[in-house]
Design a protein around this ligand. Sequence first.
Ligand code: ACO
Length: 337
Amino acid sequence: METVHPNHTIMRRACITGTGAYAPERVLTNKDLEAMVDTTDEWITTRTGMKERRIARDDEASSDMGAEAARRAIAAAGITPEDIDLIIAPTITPDTPWPNTGCYIQQKIGAKNAWCVGIEAACSGFIYGIWMARNMIATGAADAVLVAACEKISSIVDWTDRATCVLFGDGAGAVIVQATDHPTRGIIGGHMGSDGSLSNLLIQPAGGSRMPTTEETLRNGMNYLKMAGRETYKHAVTRMTDSARKLLQSCGLTFDDVDWFIPHQANMRIITAVGQRMGVPVEKFIINIEKYANTSSATIGLALDEAVREGRIKSGDKILFVAFGGGLTWGSMLLEW
Ligand code: ACO
């Protein structure tokens, strides 16, 4: 048994060995939205920090985006698709309710030795997925795991509802997680939580077994994403701050020990408020919300890949992911790069 820290004892250390991301070509700006709903660039910018978002083509499914991000992560890790023994695909916009989106990604990238699963943890899905990958690697149940978060949120947004349609975009972020012998590099610890009693705050009410799709659900807009924005906002700030604090405490570290924070990109004001509560300057947060808006489970992967490829994240840096989303779900994870 290798001891990383007294509270995070693992059998094998897991490490992100490659990152990849994909954003569709089509850009939808705040100005474009002004022509679609009763909104302004000024409202969206000041309330959210978003300037534009990407929208997938009609013939582009979540798995197409996930597969492209996966190909880039596989290349960055220097492995082949056949080396992957598990695919985890976090998404709330699966290609089909089932088979799971991981199976579609498997077929597209040719990862024929993998078993595949999807997870529906909304914006926390990427962190949940990597945490599950880490635990599979720690126990020896897997050697190379692909986590490919992919979202076509544009397919579940009501494009006549200004309160939600301006907030979301499409995209994918992927990582390869592998075992490492390195003494300090890799995933140090994680903290995850959920509160199912608040499931109605963020929900796609129809289309599942509780309320199958009918002409009436379509007419009433029940197949669209619904969000109680203001209440969600408060929970997001509290849960993200608490989760990160508990994680660092359990690792015997403080916010000052972290080089980069990569938060879920739901709202610039949420990120600022979280930073203030942590006492961390906003310069330590990696943010690209202005370009991609909220791509749910894909935001952290999109931001991570961008920062890695730009050379902002350096070997030895301590990085903290923190997210919050529908479920409610939340989580944080600490890594040494
Ligand atoms: N343009 C112009 N006005 C608008 C728009 C718009 N696009 N949307 C709403 N408004 C109006 C409202 O109608 C309201 O008008 P009123 O005062 O006349 O009634 C006013 O702006 C204020 O609306 P609020 O909803 O109170 O605005 P708020 O400042 O709370 O910002 C927002 C809304 C951006 C949604 C914010 O609440 C938020 O970010 N919430 C959290 C989102 C989040 O964290 N989601 C979690 C992850 S998502 C997932 O899991 C899939």
